[in-house]
Design a protein around this ligand. Structure first.
Ligand code: ZN
Length: 96
């Protein structure tokens, strides 16, 4: 994993992985049933099937914004912002 995205309340929002095919961003979308327990679940089990997976490098037809969300609600992540964070060797990106 090259970058972890979390919200201001430390919920997991998205992860960016380096794969053979390029950088891939995996996000959770929508709100989830177990609310505040999710952070603990992720920490203990490590894997949760993401709702949305896409290449970080956008092609001409891709929009800059990716769908994402956490218990706080839905949000959009900017590919450009994710790329900038990775290039500056930031490991965690906190979004409002
Ligand atoms: Zn949140």
């Amino acid at each position: 994993m090259v970058l972890r995205v979390r919200c201001g309340r430390s919920h997991h929002v998205a992860s960016v992985y380096d794969t053979g095919a390029g950088r891939v961003v995996a996000t959770q979308t929508g709100t989830r049933a177990h609310g505040s327990r999710d952070f603990v679940d992720v920490a203990h089990h490590g894997t949760r099937a993401p709702d949305y997976v896409d290449l970080l490098e956008a092609d001409t037809f891709s929009e800059d914004l990716l769908p994402a969300g956490c218990e706080c609600g839905n949000m959009s992540l900017s590919r450009e912002e994710l790329r900038r964070s990775i290039e500056s060797e930031q490991r965690v990106l906190q979004v409002p």
